[in-house]
Write a protein that binds this ligand. Structure first.
Ligand code: 6LW
Length: 550
């Protein structure tokens, strides 16, 4: 029996016991202390499903490749990266995806042995679903769903075998249709089932059947400081839906700016196999007097208690906190991710990988595979720059590979061996937020010599080298970025020397969502660019350190 099969059998057993248990988790359940967010950094629009003893969670990914990261956990608190759902260009055409377009909110569900992930590629084709028996993949080719427009599609598998597809639509509201998951064909036209409780942008819908009633949970207010989660229920999947008298059931929209968590919304519910219910949702951690956030929308967790009337209260009706303490599942820690990627490791056979890189690494749009190699110079990641730079907002992907900044305080460093020979050739580290909002700490050829430089690009008008220093030729250098909640400090050293030379600092606020707009968070990564005309000087990275502090 395969692990996936074992999962299926235990899931089938669990599905029949969905009745909520009144009141809090049993007093015998262990106290679970955990830190929110449960997934820090750019992990918005979470969707979760339990299959047997395992929880699986996905997030939206926009123009990043691979798409739809998937994690697993045994206690809803400690999550292990399983990889991505969309790992092939055929599943994830992103050439037309401008910044913060591409893949919007996904939903993950499991039914009769099969995992289903449904989402929207707003830059190509709209709504589609993919399936897999093993959540680690491979996932199927897309089944497109041309009949239902809108975003934030969600699936509900009813006891009678019917499958419901719920999403946003126009005019504003939540629309639903019956779906043939094999073909993507709708059974009948989408119907408006609820307009929400009056907030703008009703979105992020999920339909559940709990204790024999259909619950429809959505978000309203838009994914900013006014975000909120609302709920309604009905005796039929088609309604009419009666709103929860306590709507919104979750929001921080009326909290003061001394509340460290803001923009709470876009949620999904899950029962933990012990009769306790939990909610995952997105939120932000504003900085600088709480007026801006740069890590993006992150994934948070809270407990759900059902009252005698069958309506939920989230976190005992208390605001969500960074430090949470609830009765829950026994703690199941996951291995900490190593600080250093020395590009020696080989991805497991069959695992989707670009250039032999691990699952934490993302690319902008569909990567040019030949620009990345961990075999060309074994033990090193070699990047080949092309004329496509990070300025480019769509089309061919630049030579860039990055990972999410997940901590307000972090040390990021890399050892680079790069000898540019032409003006315009450069490579190094980058803090990337969008084509017009990034900081580059790089090595370039300038005025006949090699130099280390710091460039700040802020909006359409500012892209200046704010500092540079001559660098000795033909020796590896170490580039370092120290992230602090409100600023980044940039430095470098000759690899053989320990003397770190400061090159400058820059504000984190200028890479924040409030300045840049958009839906992603900050990526820290490596890049290379080279003008046309001659083969690019290879930029080889010996190792990359990401050491998160807080
Ligand atoms: C997501 C939708 C939303 O699909 O933003 O603001 C979209 N709300 O629910 C991208 O995160």
């Amino acid at each position: 029996m395969t692990p996936a099969q074992a999962l299926v059998d235990s899931a089938a057993a669990a599905e029949s016991t969905l009745a909520p248990r009144e009141g809090a988790a049993s007093d015998t359940a262990p106290i679970l202390r955990y830190r929110n967010p449960i997934l820090s950094g750019f992990y918005p629009d979470p969707s979760v499903v339990r299959v047997g003893p395992w929880f699986f969670l996905v997030n939206s990914s926009f123009e990043m490749f691979p798409g739809v990261p998937i994690h697993r956990s045994r206690d809803l608190v400690h999550w292990e990266a399983l990889g991505h759902v969309l790992t092939r260009d055929s599943q994830l055409p992103l050439a037309e995806a401008k910044p913060s377009r591409g893949i919007f909110a996904p939903t993950l569900r499991h039914h009769a042995g099969t995992f289903y992930m449904v989402t929207t590629n707003v830059s190509h084709g709209g709504n589609f679903l993919v399936t897999a028996n093993d959540p680690a993949g491979p996932w199927s080719e897309p089944v497109w769903i041309p009949g239902q427009r809108g975003i934030d599609p969600s699936l509900f598998f009813d006891d009678d075998g019917k499958v419901y597809l719920t999403s946003t639509g126009s005019p504003s509201g939540i629309y639903q249709s019956q779906l043939d998951v094999a073909t993507g064909e709708l059974v009948g036209a989408p119907r408006l089932i609820w307009e929400g409780s009056g907030g703008r942008y009703p979105e992020g819908p999920h339909l559940y059947k709990i204790a024999g009633r259909y619950y429809l949970m959505i978000s309203e207010g838009g994914t900013e400081y006014g975000h909120m989660v609302t709920l309604a229920r009905a005796s039929s999947a088609w309604g009419p839906f009666e709103p929860c008298p306590r709507n919104p059931i979750l929001t921080h929209r009326n909290t003061g700016l001394d509340q460290p968590i803001q923009g709470v919304g876009h949620a999904d519910l899950v029962e933990d196999g012990e009769g306790n219910w939990w909610i995952v949702f997105l939120a932000i951690r504003p900085q600088g007097g709480y007026y801006w956030h740069h890590l993006g929308r992150e994934t948070f967790l809270a407990s759900v208690r059902w009252d005698a009337q069958g309506w939920p209260s989230i976190n005992e009706g208390q605001p969500i906190a960074l430090d949470m303490q609830v009765r829950g599942l026994p703690e199941r820690r996951t291995p900490a991710s190593p600080t250093r990627d020395d590009f020696d490791a080989r991805p497991p056979p069959g695992a989707a990988s670009i250039g032999g890189l691990g699952a934490a690494w993302n690319f902008l749009r569909n990567p040019v595979h030949t620009s990345y190699s961990t075999s060309e110079r074994p033990g090193w990641l070699t990047l080949h720059g092309t004329p496509i730079s990070l300025d480019q907002a769509d089309g061919i992907s630049p030579t860039f590979v990055g990972r999410r900044q997940q901590h307000l305080d972090a040390r990021i460093a890399a050892r680079i061996d790069f000898d540019p020979t032409r003006e315009g050739e450069e490579a190094g580290l980058v803090l990337y937020r969008s084509p017009q909002h990034r900081y580059e700490l790089g090595v370039r050829y300038n005025a006949g010599a090699r130099e280390v430089f710091l460039r700040q690009t802020i909006g359409a008008y500012v892209s200046v080298v704010t500092a540079s220093a001559p660098a000795p030729a033909r020796c590896p250098l170490v580039l370092q970025i120290d992230a602090e909640p409100a600023r980044y400090r940039f430095a470098w050293r000759e690899s053989a020397s320990s003397e770190l030379r400061a090159l400058g600092a820059a504000e984190a606020r200028l890479l924040s969502t409030e300045v840049t707009g958009g839906f992603i968070g900050i990526y820290v990564g490596m890049y290379a660019v080279a003008p046309d005309g001659a083969p690019a000087s290879p930029a080889a990275f010996d190792w990359f350190d990401y050491e998160g502090r807080q």
